[in-house]
Design a protein. Sequence first.
Length: 204
Amino acid sequence: MRNRVLAFCVLAGLAAGCAPLPTAPHGATPEGAHAPTEQQAVNAVRQWDVLAADVAAHVADRLRGWPAGQHPIHVEMAPQASDFQRGFRELLVTHLVERGIAVTTEPAALRLRASTQLVQHHAGAASAAPLQRLAEGVYVRRNATHADASVPMRTEVLVVTSLESEGRVLVRTSDVYTIAQPDAPLYQRPAAAPGPLTTWRVVP
């Protein structure tokens, strides 16, 4: 429990540093386009934990028949990971270990890849499939595809996990999680810092 509390504190710090939403088309500023507040950051980490626990439960269920501890899994980090992706990975490892799944910190034959994609939508489309409520502000659509992430006036996070070994996909899950629109900045990669400004002097 103490480790979980410490992890929440660290991840909340990550969430608080996330970048605001980008400018919407035609120069309009999207709703919630501001730096996350401390309370939003705490709420975001709770949401990340809900997502990680849900994914870990599905992976553990698929591995139920495997010999315990004989095939440790390495949970890979996505290249150029966002704060959300880094936090999600740490929480996913925690929940996998809590469910008795052997996890190694070193590269291994079994690799668990978790890719995430933030999708924002406009009004005008109907919901493609029923949603299941996981927690306050978090809903999930099971066995989703990229095409399913199309609910209007909502922000969704597509999470695809793939357990791979020697070029083969052994276990794969894909789910769409619906989050509150103002929470979108907490799931985005921080904007790149501007490069140094170069001044040119024209001499006649």
